[in-house]
Design a protein. Structure first.
Length: 107
């Protein structure tokens, strides 16, 4: 019985330590993600691409976005330019067909 209690306590401690790890976001990081997500979803909706792209927002507000193959080069470039020009977005990495079509300036 004592062994089971010790093992149970150890498992509980491992879970609690995991909750205090670096994976937890600060309030500022959550705010960065929320601001960037609002911008991305708004632009995609405005350009009628909300069903044609998926994205991930990093904790610093950096956006990784993947466009469907049906999105034209013109719309792709326009959306990426709008995202990069917004102050709530710290950077953008955009892909289509598994290739970064519109690289960062200077690349």
């Amino acid at each position: 019985m004592r062994l089971i209690k010790t093992v149970s306590t150890s498992i509980l401690l491992m879970f609690l330590v995991g909750c205090v790890s670096d994976n937890a976001l600060t309030q500022s990081e959550v705010e960065n993600q929320n601001k960037a997500a609002d911008v991305v979803s708004s632009i995609l909706f405005e350009k009628d691409l909300d069903d044609s792209a998926s994205y991930n927002i990093r904790k610093d507000g950096y956006v990784v976005i993947i466009f469907d193959d049906k999105v034209s080069d013109t719309k792709y470039t326009e959306v990426v330019s709008l995202l990069r020009s917004n102050n709530d977005i710290k950077g953008v990495r955009a892909e289509q067909f598994g290739v970064e079509v519109c690289g960062l300036p200077g690349q």
